[in-house]
Design a protein around this ligand. Sequence first.
Ligand code: HEM
Length: 345
Amino acid sequence: MDNEEVITLTIGGAQINPIITLPSSSTILQLKRMIMERIGVQVERQHLLYNKILLKDNNIINHYIHEATAEVCLSVNLFMDERIINITVSNENFNLQLTVNKADKVIDLKNKIGVVFAFPAMGIDLWQMNRKMEEYEMLSKYYLNEGSVVKMSRIYGPFWEVPTGRRDGRVSISAETLNGNLPAPFSNISSLKQNFASKGLSVKDLVVLSGGHTIGTSHCSSFDSRLYNFTGKGDTDPSLDPNYVVHLKKICKPKDTTTIVEMDPGSFKTFDEDYYTLVAKRRGLFESDAALLNDNETRDYVKLQSATHGSTFAKDFAESMVKMGKIGVLTGKAGEIRKHCAFVI
Ligand code: HEM
């Protein structure tokens, strides 16, 4: 590569990984200035590494790098007297003031929060500028400064041990959700039972896992036939509480494909047993939720959880989730075991 060539660098290790294109004859100092323009980290704080070698300011880029594209790693130099900072951790219910060391890991901050509120660090998610903070990264990676605000989210909910080593595929094809893999929201109880059985899941798993609808939202289009055209005569689904129909019609107009509705209104971000109380009151959003009242075993479970504040729901949910994790595991050399469950390696 001669001096006239252009090189494209991804700056790894930064909170927002910028891509920078510049002549390969540029100096490392020039590169650092561009990084400062993009993400605001002062030049004198930048440590750039390539293949674990520290890049020196006065050298030119192609002294170190001979490819057209490469990733250099940025770490931010912390001045000792600036390591200790005060930040605010906030969610919709509280603002918590904490003193942290920028050289600490995110998990240390989670543990501190956990100690204050007496709940496990595992159930806490922290967000800085809409980016989820990874547990084993240093706080400095997220450019926290004195007075920074970190958002916290927590859904409560049970914990369970996940058997490791599951082989998953490397592609995700949305059409595969159809073809009987995921039940439709208008399924009746017999097709739900059949669908779950075809995956090795029991009737109990069906009613327990349906409780997952305690969190999240649904598009109006997933249930609006129950409001406007249940049997093709402009009627409503008689199995849905008529007062709830009136309420839902205010939010979902006919043929609305964009509006979303909380499935468990008021606590759709909290994992609790309210789903069963709703279903028992004929306020389950989907026909598949309402269908749980049409079978003795599923109805008894709905009634029991709704009457006992979900006495066994958390434990049952954990067990059924582990069972669900055993569906369709690949074997041999097919697919991959993920290091991070949300990404293909
Ligand atoms: C029993 C059969 C099931 C049916 C028919 C079903 C159907 C649906 C539908 C139609 C939606 C809304 C999609 C939309 O319009 O945006 C939804 C959302 C959701 N479902 Fe299910 N589901 C079932 C089982 C499950 C299970 C087993 C779980 C997990 C244990 C689950 C967890 C969720 C969650 C968390 C959401 C909310 C997603 C979000 O907020 O974006 N569902 N489900």
